[in-house]
Design a protein around this ligand. Sequence first.
Ligand SMILES: [Zn+2]
Length: 312
Amino acid sequence: MRNGLCAGISRIGIGIAVMGMSVPALTQSHDDPLTRPIAPQSAQRWLGPQAPVRIHGQTYLVGFAGLNVALIRTSAGLILMDGAVPQAVSDVKAHIRALGFSIRDVKLILSTEPHFDHAGGLAALARDSGATVIASAEGVAELRPGGGNPADPQAAWLERFPPVTRLRVARDGEAIQLGDTVVTAHATPGHTVGSMSWSWRSCEGKGKRQDCKTIVFAASLNPAAVDSYRFSAPANRSLTSAFQASFAKVRMMPCDILLTTHPDQGDGRAQLTRLKKQRHPNPFIDTSACRRYADRNAARLDAKLAAEAAQR
Ligand SMILES: [Zn+2]
């Protein structure tokens, strides 16, 4: 089927070349190494269609029913957060266009974690926008080769993804400014060693009606691991204690609106359904969401540690 599709596209390419249009763009969509599908069957469950939507102020979601990609419009261009899987890049770009923007308006791309479901599309999105991808130092070290960290708790089942080239490191607590918007980096290692969460102030309305909220785009905090992985093993103890520190940090974070990288790790799906019916009060506003998100995942890690202790 793949060969058939390719043959069809190259015929169209030749036809258009005869009409005097440029071929390179078509050649790129014919077989673009940066958007080649990764794990298409498992990815499909994340890629349910979702119309792009404004959440609060100038913050939007441009991803999918099971996979969030966030977008902030600033006075100096767009900030994108996460890149989904490579095969989703054309849809992400279409969602950005549907909001009236262009991929070329994206100036910065922030990364939550170097796993293929969130980082697989980063290389193509960075290429097509010209933007720099920003991640933690540990995240950058994994994005550059396209994953493959053997120490990752999920290493055995992780897919490699296109290497990301235009990269910049953000320190924990660093404020990243684009135009009128400042996004703060929060190192939240655990699910991956390089996990980074991001927060910013979002305002809407004017004068007395102005309403400003802190939005957190939180990295995954679930202690997913292959069966043989032991969070209590001496070699993994530093990651496990970093994980526990991340829960404490997320619990205390200023947080009026939580966006999780997979909407079903929080209340994202139900909130979006309600938002389509009513914007005031905004169903995404929930000052307990970050605390509950941290508590839920801390309990999961505690359960894993208890199970490991029981096996000894
Ligand atoms: Zn992950």
